[in-house]
Design a binder for this molecule. Structure first.
Ligand code: ATP
Ligand code: MG
Length: 210
């Protein structure tokens, strides 16, 4: 074991779950909870995105709505928190900027950024991947329809530093996406059991995705 790895196993570990969460659903929650216990994370902070650079094509729900939905979804888990760090920033929000801020706020923690397999294999399309990988390790969760294993073996060959800091985990397969939930609401179909009930009621009450 290298010295840097030894040090990281002794430090406290903080999980970060980034996403648009429009809306948050059980796929996000299972990924965060599985990462928490498998990687011994002290807690997981959910960070709803501000204006995500890769989602400029469709209209995203109000940041406050997305924040409120996350807040309701995680209320019953003592290990989960939600942060306003991105929704309060103006302009496009880049993960690298958020990670810099978190690193300052939590100097004694090793950061673990949790993603699904789709986002995991897109890391090189993000702004400043070389800096990102020094600021945080990654945990990629399996997601139906997205294979990450080819990506990982390529990484092992071509980018050992990334390979060392990107970890893959299997989670119970949930073929749930926010896109599908939005379409269902729009079509008047049921979204029960795809997301926590308080989130469903919030969507209903505020007429989101109609
Ligand atoms: P959209 O359809 O709007 O893109 P989404 O369901 O993909 O929504 P995001 O907010 O884009 O949700 O995702 C946030 C993070 O959660 C991403 O890293 C994504 O890969 C991961 N994720 C989302 N759904 C699942 C799922 N069903 N299983 C595992 N990971 C998931
Ligand atoms: Mg997505």
């Amino acid at each position: 074991m290298k010295q840097s790895d030894q040090k990281s196993t002794l430090r406290k570990r903080l999980g970060i779950m980034g996403g648009t969460f429009d809306p948050i659903h059980y796929g996000h929650l299972v990924a965060a909870e599985t990462a928490r216990y498998k990687f011994d994370l002290e807690r997981v902070i959910f960070i709803p995105s501000g204006a995500p650079p890769h989602k400029t094509k469709r209209r995203i729900s109000l940041p406050e709505f997305r924040y409120q939905m996350v807040s309701r979804a995680i209320a019953d888990n003592d290990f989960f928190e939600v942060s306003r760090i991105e929704i309060e920033r103006t302009g496009l929000t880049y993960t690298v900027d958020t990670l810099r801020l978190l690193k300052e706020e939590y100097p004694n923690y090793e950061l673990y950024f949790i993603t699904g397999a789709d986002a995991f294999r897109e890391i090189f399309t993000w702004r400043s991947p070389d800096e990102i990988i020094e600021l945080t390790q990654f945990i990629g969760a399996s997601r139906p329809g997205f294979d990450a294993l080819d990506f990982l073996s390529q990484l092992q060959q071509q980018s050992p530093r990334f390979y060392q800091r990107m970890h893959f985990m299997e989670v119970p397969a949930l073929a749930i996406s926010s896109t599908d939930i939005r379409l269902r609401v729009k079509a008047g179909q049921s979204i029960r059991y795809l997301l926590p009930e308080p989130v469903r009621l919030f969507i209903q009450k505020n007429g989101i995705y109609k």
